[in-house]
Design a protein around this ligand. Structure first.
Ligand code: NAP
Length: 287
């Protein structure tokens, strides 16, 4: 039995991320303590199972890959920067890292087929370019839709065909965004790619549920990764965004990790097709 204890919480690098959030004022020390004790959930679902995580070189995808490996899964981590994969391998040697740019349809299909059977799929890789609608270029639109939506569609098709032919079933979590549910400035490409991903999630839940495959999505508000920092560096924008979140802080990588692990696990066996906001109540609020 695996207990995600405070000890593994500290050794998995979560503690340094929490300290960073604390020092930047995203969390109070009381919130940090609550967060620490909230991580004692037990999961036995992942031992000796095979999990594929895209965009696992940095940020949220990396944190999900590390957590799945700590829970006993054989993790395949896809990303497109070798140095990120090298440091991930150094951090968790059991993780099988694969250098791959998932924007290429055919190469990606072959690479995912070569990995073999997968029980848990996390479509996490994404890019964002924040441009006013009137200035968006064809390249920007293609880039964001190709990586954020089409690649997830492609990979999911390969993985779920295997699940269906083996009759084993499986679970998919797509990493969406609040920007796929609500809109704000300069998100016309990114937001539409995430909305498409959410509709894919619902389509998969509907069509593949009868074949023992569940699909759900997690949809964070700002998370202080490279991507999150890129959009909210301006102190005024940051304060305005945070003021709209009833919980009073941005999301942590581990808020997304914990929801993802729950949705992948048997504890959520009746949850299928859900578009789950991880936003501290932000989109629920009128003012
Ligand atoms: P991140 O720090 O930028 O990490 C994204 C990872 O995906 C990187 O390792 C990146 O590799 C990889 N990647 C991007 N394009 C790829 C491609 N074509 N092929 C293979 N790998 C690729 O982003 P993050 O903040 O962790 O975001 C993770 C997920 O959360 C994304 O789906 C994002 O849309 C979603 N999300 C993030 C936020 C936020 O505020 N951070 C909010 C809502 C939703 P390279 O660095 O080498 O390009």
């Amino acid at each position: 039995m695996f207990v995600y204890s405070l000890k593994s919480f500290v050794t998995s690098g979560v503690s340094s991320r929490l300290k960073r959030c604390l020092s930047r004022g995203f969390l109070t020390s009381q919130q940090t303590q609550c967060f620490g004790t909230a991580c004692t959930m037990e999961y036995e679902d992942f031992k000796d199972k095979r999990a594929l995580v895209t965009g696992a070189g940095k940020g949220i995808g990396r944190a999900i890959a590390v957590k799945l490996a700590n829970l006993g899964a054989q993790v395949y981590a896809i990303s497109r920067t070798q140095t990120d994969l090298d440091s991930l391998k150094q951090q968790v040697p059991s993780i099988d890292t694969r250098l791959l740019d998932i924007s290429d349809w055919d190469i990606t299909r072959k690479a995912v087929e070569d990995i073999g059977p997968i029980d848990f799929l996390v479509n996490n890789a994404a890019v964002i370019k924040r441009t006013p609608f009137l200035e968006v270029t064809k390249e920007e639109l293609d880039d964001q839709h190709t990586i954020n939506f089409r690649a997830a569609f492609n990979i999911t098709q390969v993985v779920t065909r295997g699940m269906v032919s083996r009759g084993t079933g499986g679970v998919i979590v797509n990493v969406g965004s609040i920007s796929g549910i609500r809109t704000t400035n300069n998100r016309s490409c990114y937001g539409t790619s995430k909305a498409a991903l959410n509709m894919l999630t619902m389509s998969l839940a509907h069509e593949l549920g009868p074949k023992k495959i569940r699909a759900n999505s997690v949809n964070p508000t700002v998370v202080w990764t490279n991507m999150g920092e890129g959009g909210w560096k301006d102190p005024k924008l940051k304060a305005a965004a945070m003021a709209k979140i009833p919980i009073g802080r941005f999301a942590l990588e581990d808020d997304v990790v914990n929801a993802t692990i729950y949705l992948l696990s048997e504890k959520s066996s009746m949850i299928n097709g859900v578009i789950l906001p991880i936003d501290g109540g932000m989109i629920n609020s009128y003012l």
